[in-house]
Design a protein around this ligand. Structure first.
Ligand code: BTN
Length: 255
C-alpha cells in the first residue's frame, strides 16, 4: 500500500505503512528518534488501537475506510513562540486539498477542518522542544474518506460530500502535494502568508455567533488569532477582544 505516491517534496519522501498500530503519532515520534531519520517521513495505518485526538480524547475511525497518518517534521526556522504556524500550515494544506476537489472547506479554530458545518478532518500536532528550538513536529491527521455513517457527532466524509468512493492512495497523493506546497511557504519564512491564508479560511471570522465560556452562552465575533494561536473573540457590546485558548471557550452551533 501507498507505494505509488508520486510526491517529490520533503513530505512523503518515505512512507511507512502499518496495517495496524497503536497511534501513528507515537510511531512517527519513534522514527524521529531512530538513527537515519529523514525529515518528511509519513507513518500511515488502516487501524489504530489507541488513536489519539485533541485534549486527551480518543480518535475512532472505521478500519480501512479513512486516512490516518502522521508527518514527522523538523522545522528549524519556526520560533517556539510561533509554533502555532505548524498547526496553521497543516490545516491549510488540508483545506487546499478539499477546495481542489470542489468542496467548501474551512478551518475551525484552532485546527479542525470542516466542510460547511461538519467536521471532515482532525489534526493532532505534537511538538518537541529542545533548548530554544522546535526539534520535531509530529503532525497527525485523521481524514474521513469513505465512512458513510457517524454516530452522535457532527461529521462528514469525502464520500458523503462527493458521492463517490475514494482510493485512499489517490487522496493521500493529492494531500501530500498540498501539504508540501504550504510547508515550502513555511520553511521559506513567509509566516505572514501562512497567517493571512489561515484567516482567509477561518470559519466564522467576523460573523456574530454563539459561544460558551464557563457555562455562560453569549454572542460574539472571532476577530483574529494571535501569534500564540489564541482566539481573539469580541463579545457583543464590548471593545476589547478576549484572548482565549482551546480549553476556555466552546463554539455553539445554531442547530
Ligand atoms: C482531533 O480532532 O481530536 C484530532 C484527531 C487526530 C487523529 C489523527 S489519526 C492519525 C494520528 N494518530 C493519532 O493517534 N491521532 C492522529
Amino acid at each position: 500500500m501507498y507505494n505509488s505516491i508520486s510526491n517529490t517534496g520533503i513530505i512523503g519522501k518515505k512512507i511507512v505503512y502499518l496495517p495496524t498500530c497503536h497511534s501513528t503519532n507515537d510511531i512517527a515520534a519513534e522514527l524521529v528518534r531512530a538513527e537515519g531519520f529523514e525529515e518528511g517521513a509519513i507513518v500511515i495505518t488502516d487501524h489504530q488501537t489507541n488513536g489519539r485526538g485533541q485534549r486527551g480524547t480518543a480518535w475512532e475511525s472505521r478500519q480501512g475506510s479513512n486516512l490516518m497518518f502522521s508527518l514527522a517534521l523538523t522545522p528549524a526556522n519556526v520560533p517556539i513562540m510561533q509554533q502555532f504556524l505548524l498547526s496553521q500550515m497543516v490545516a491549510l494544506g488540508l483545506v487546499q486539498f478539499l477546495k481542489t476537489i470542489g468542496l467548501p472547506a474551512s478551518i475551525k479554530w484552532p485546527n479542525d477542518v470542516y466542510v460547511e458545518d461538519r467536521k471532515i478532518c482532525g489534526t493532532l500536532i505534537e511538538n518537541s522542544i529542545q533548548g530554544n528550538r522546535i526539534s520535531s513536529c509530529i503532525a497527525g491527521i485523521g481524514l474521513n474518506v469513505n465512512q458513510l455513517e457517524f454516530q452522535g457527532i457532527r461529521a462528514t466524509s469525502l464520500a458523503l460530500e462527493t458521492k463517490k468512493t475514494w482510493s485512499l492512495e489517490e487522496a493521500l497523493d493529492m494531500i501530500i502535494k498540498e501539504l508540501n506546497a504550504y510547508y515550502a511557504v513555511l520553511i521559506s519564512g513567509e509566516f505572514r502568508t501562512i497567517r493571512a491564508h489561515y484567516l482567509d479560511n477561518l470559519l466564522g471570522l467576523n460573523e456574530t455567533r454563539n459561544f460558551r465560556i464557563a457555562n455562560k452562552v453569549f454572542q460574539g465575533q472571532i476577530v483574529g488569532i494571535n501569534d500564540y494561536g489564541h482566539l481573539l473573540l469580541l463579545k457583543t457590546g464590548t471593545n476589547h477582544p478576549l484572548e482565549l485558548d482551546l480549553k476556555e471557550v466552546e463554539w455553539i452551533w445554531d442547530n
